[in-house]
Design a protein around this ligand. Sequence first.
Ligand code: COA
Length: 312
Amino acid sequence: MTAPKQPSMLTGAAVEIEALRQGFNRGFADYRYNMQMDPSGMLGHLHRSNIAPDDCAVLVAEEEGRLQGVGAALLAVRGDEGWCGGLSVDPAYRGGGWGRRLMEHLKRRAVERGVRRIFLEVLVSNDHARSVYRQVGFKRLRELLLWERDPRQGPLPLPYERLEETDPAQILRSFHRWHELPTIWQRRARSLLNYVEQHGCIGLTIPAKDGAPVAYVLVSAPSPYGAPAQGQPPARLRILDVAVDPEANLQDAARPLLQALQLRYVDARMTLMDQPADSRLNPVFASLGFRVFDRQYEMVVDLAENPPDTVQ
Ligand SMILES: CC(C)(COP(=O)(O)OP(=O)(O)OC[C@H]1O[C@@H](n2cnc3c(N)ncnc32)[C@H](O)[C@@H]1OP(=O)(O)O)[C@@H](O)C(=O)NCCC(=O)NCCS
């Protein structure tokens, strides 16, 4: 095995989706969670989050005579806001300043695209990535909770309200009025609409006495679903979004919604990512047996206060 050669960074039109995917996967190979993407998974990520390949950067290196993607940085753009949809450097190339250079490129590209602020999320325990983000000017905005409920905790009590299946596009019309706090990029209405367009999802509401919905949840269709085979982990039911009408009583609306959801998917492990730590829904999750399995920080860089380095 020959020693790896010094990598170089490709940007703009030179960025190929396959190299981007390879660089992403190799840098995330030792990550705490499985982030490996197949070609359709990568296309889905780009589309859902509004990431154009020519806004991204790929780190490439010649290995055994072939050019390989060994790192990546992904920039999503919507109007004057941007989001970092992934930063990764293969373990063999870490500690050489490439993470920082990839992020500086994203900042330069963001300025070219008229972006004023770039957001991202990072695990609280990811000291190395946090140090890179701090060095390029990102500041901590707020804390986010990752919730899960294990089906082995048993079923929740049967509520007397019934879940109603509702068209996700119709549900999302209440998105802005029902979310009292801003949501992270991948849980914004635009990302959710993109997701629904790509994969579809299941929309469920709890109606009040007059029949109008007072709370909704959007979940990804679980596959495969059913009681897990002996020794197998339970299927995962991803809660993509959940919100309550601010005029409704929180307990009366959110509790039966989540109880009925759990009973409908009684064998599934339910997860909800990146709920703001100051969300008023958190005590409801905790009281129904959900637990926080990880935490992230949402970070932001203001590009007027922290302009990109001009030296490339
Ligand atoms: C985060 C990551 C991209 C950084 O890549 P990198 O090329 O090693 O980054 P750099 O070499 O530019 O490091 C920049 C700074 O990080 C810090 N750093 C380096 N190694 C570190 C370590 N092991 N622990 C903590 N901080 C470290 C240093 O302060 C360094 O600055 P310095 O060079 O002035 O000392 C890489 O570790 C990675 O791919 N991790 C797995 C995927 C991931 O976690 N991505 C982020 C998800 S939000």
